[in-house]
Ligand binder design. Structure first.
Ligand code: SF4
Length: 496
């Protein structure tokens, strides 16, 4: 995707969550490695909560995992149980206060929570509690602007009054709260001696369960994080399921709601690591098949197929193979510049393109190029990339996108901004072609994209492409809210 991975403003990620139950294991170090493996899902803040059976210690800060934690800090996090979180803000501001895991004390007990996703009924839930998001700590205990803090508050209010001998307060409170939540959520939670994983009934965001060699359990947003910490995949946490892990192992597998799987299709297109598996399928192989489908759907006579690195690489490989056109590099990515969506503001993102990508004129000059990327969201970056290629001597630039036009905002945990910021919201493909100044433009059809995943066609959320929202949202109300929240963006410059 142009702006997120490689070149500029785009949709942001959801968050990354990780959890370990591992007596005798270095749980803080494992969580650090897991968060590092999931760094692409959120770069604004990172945090780890650890329990030694009596005390939960939380350490979190703004920035990348490697900035927040060092050997000394990890050594101070001793215990047998941990959760971790990488945050990309989708609700609430980007601030230390909103970093996760969130810790909440309830009487003598306490719990920590990490959340990937967005609730769609936050306002109703907050109103039901007699509070509104955004109140300060002085005004209410609800001291964060995120929906995750609201969930923590709901759990605290459902906490059993009397301590239980079996220590199951957290899961009992959750069993009451979860059916009231709407939207997208994959949670990792812990009290002093239990690790809990939860997925919303649609399973918008992935959450997998694994075993550690030598004993112990892992929860992670992506299967690749299991590989990296030396764990093996057991299964996905089911949509609508809560799993509880304690000293007896995987003790509870509660299907608290009827599952209706609608995994975010963009996990296949862009969000997940290529070495992750979704619905049992290799993400990398699926992305190559998307490129093959694109070549069959929208062929073009050209001299070279090139990706927008790195997001377009697998689809460009597939396109080149299927089209029988040589694959080559036309842009070099600076590996040492941070991903541009680390900074959420539009102004900060704008400078990122030239910092990150540089053309290879000797590979481009006089050539008819097929340039492949996985998506175009706001389009400003794509336009700059095309201009760079033309300046470097490209004879023709034919842009191919391995997903359909991104026309509608996401309300389940992906930061897309409001609808007016999406290039394809009101423009035809022809108008986008003119705006980007390309010789031809084609997007992969939705049915071909889904076919390339090799998963069931009915098992995806495609709302940002189709407006088919699995959890109903009032587009006008939601967009009006985003107008109030989002910085104003001048889109007049995009008019051809
Ligand atoms: S609306 Fe789009 S980004 Fe959001 S969950 Fe659905 S497919 Fe994913």
């Amino acid at each position: 995707m142009l702006a997120a991975d490689s070149t500029g403003p785009s949709i942001g990620h959801a968050c990354g969550v990780f959890g370990v139950y591992g007596p005798g294991q270095p749980v803080a170090h494992l969580t650090y490695l897991g968060l590092f493996a999931l760094q692409h899902r959120g770069q604004e803040s990172a945090g780890i909560a650890v329990s030694d059976g009596e005390t939960i210690t939380v350490m979190k800060d703004m920035g990348l995992v490697t900035k927040v934690f060092d050997e000394r800090r990890l050594a101070s996090l001793q215990g047998h149980l941990a959760i971790g979180h990488n945050r990309y803000s989708t609700t609430g501001s980007s601030s230390w206060q909103n970093a996760q895991p969130i810790y909440r004390s309830v009487g003598d007990a306490g719990f920590a929570l990490g959340h990937n996703g967005n609730l769609t009924n936050t306002a109703e839930l907050a109103a039901g509690l007699g509070m509104l998001p955004g109140l300060t700590a002085d005004e209410t205990e609800f001291d964060s602007t995120t929906d995750s803090a609201l969930v923590a508050e709901l759990i605290a209010r459902e906490w059993p009054d009397e301590p239980r001998s079996d220590g199951r307060e957290l899961e009992l409170a959750l069993a009451k709260v979860l059916p009231r939540l709407e939207g997208g959520f994959s949670f990792v939670l812990m009290d002093d001696s239990r690790l809990i994983g939860v997925r919303d009934p649609h399973g918008f965001w992935p959450l997998v369960l694994g075993r550690v060699e030598g004993g112990g359990w892992i929860l992670a947003s992506e299967s690749a994080a299991l590989d990296i910490v030396g764990a093996h995949y057991i299964r996905d946490v089911n949509p609508g399921e809560m799993v509880v892990i304690d000293a007896t192992g995987l003790r509870c597998e509660l299907q608290y709601a009827e599952p209706s799987p609608r995994l975010c299709l963009f996990e296949f297109v862009y969000f997940s690591r290529p070495d992750t598996r979704l619905y049992g399928q290799s993400v990398h192989a699926a992305r190559q098949r998307m490129g093959e489908e694109l070549a069959q759907q929208s062929p073009i006579d050209a001299d070279m197929v090139m990706p927008v690195p790195e997001s377009g690489i697998p689809a460009a490989q597939g396109f080149a193979r299927a089209a029988g056109i040589p694959y080559g590099d036309g842009l070099v990515k600076n590996r040492y510049v941070g991903r541009t969506f680390i900074q959420p503001s539009q102004q900060q993102r704008g400078a990122g393109v030239r910092m990150k990508l540089n053309p290879l004129p000797e590979n481009i000059q006089g050539k008819r190029l097929v340039v492949v990327d996985d998506s175009i969201v706001r389009g400003t970056t794509t336009r700059q990339v095309v201009a760079m290629l033309r300046e470097a001597g490209a004879a023709e630039v034919h842009f191919r996108v391995s997903s359909p036009p991104y026309r509608y905002p996401c309300f389940y945990g992906m930061d897309t901004g409001r609808r007016g910021e999406l290039l394809a919201a009101d423009l035809s493909v022809g108008e986008i072609r003119d705006y980007l100044d390309v010789d031809s433009l084609a997007y992969l059809d939705l049915d071909r994209l889904i076919r390339a995943t090799h998963a069931s066609p009915t098992s995806f959320c495609t709302a940002c492409l189709s407006a088919d929202y699995p959890v109903p949202v009032d587009l006008q109300v939601a967009d009006a809210k985003r107008v109030l929240e989002a910085p104003e963006v001048d889109l007049t410059a995009r008019t051809p």
